[in-house]
Design a protein around this ligand. Sequence first.
Ligand code: NAD
Length: 288
Amino acid sequence: MAGLLDGKALATQMQADLTQQVEHLTSKIGRPPGLAVLMVGDNPASAAYVRGKNKACDRVGIASFGQHLPSDTSQEQLAQIIHSLNTHDGVDGILIQLPLPSGLDSAALLQQILPEKDADGLHPFNLGALLREEAGLRSCTPAGVMQILKAYDIELTGKHAVVIGRSILVGKPLSLMLLAENATVTIAHSRTQDLAAIARSADILVAAVGRPGLIMADMVKPGAVVIDVGINRIDSATGNSKLVGDVDFASVEPIAEWITPVPGGIGPMTVTMLLHNTVCSYRQRFNL
Ligand code: NAD
């Protein structure tokens, strides 16, 4: 049986550490770090993520400046809100909850966030810094994956990492982070041919797609490290629903060396890296 990469436990430990830092820094500076999560529209999954982020802020003592805006909010109104948060002295981090309703240009809005307040590391400046292996804010989900690999001392140098998914939010930045740690990286996506053979060649296999059951046991090399980033809500006939990843946990767990669960794997790490980035931006502003 694979060992469990317990994102929930690691997140709890990191958040306890952040709570202490925030308490200490707040008394020194006179105000807590501040994070603004902007949500537009009523996507239920996004609403649940935003609630989770706001609760986590409360837990560690970060002030929330979040706004929930109606789905007919215009590009100009959002740009104006981002501008006012950029200049707000109590706000250290800004995150736009994606996806935005159709008609809004998320790339253009992400560019309006000041790079030093870009809590999800998706501004071209921070993505450029990642590409160049320079300091900068790193995207939360891939940073959470790297943090859990590090916490469990998983060797990356010379290993073959296969990342399935090439989004700007997860797959691409994660591939660059793994490369920076000297893994040999393959990126697979919806047009990849013979995904099963490529997946089977992975020492580190990451699924970031959004398709339940995409990764079955016959796609995993025995002894591989399997990271499941996917989050899919499955509704049952009885009206209940549950969250599953992209990996068929029951069949893969017996052959992998390490595996992340869903829920309790990368999800809590993503939230924790958001808090971490906010505290980093705050420290940076005060040279602490
Ligand atoms: P996305 O839709 O932007 O990208 C999905 C990627 O999967 C694309 O690059 C596409 O090429 C690839 N893909 C689609 N079908 C495929 C197939 N059959 N075979 C191989 N590749 C295929 O999604 P995203 O924003 O990158 O998110 C991916 C998943 O991760 C989703 O389930 C999302 O909910 C989840 N997610 C989880 C967290 C977390 O905190 N755990 C954070 C962000 C996203």
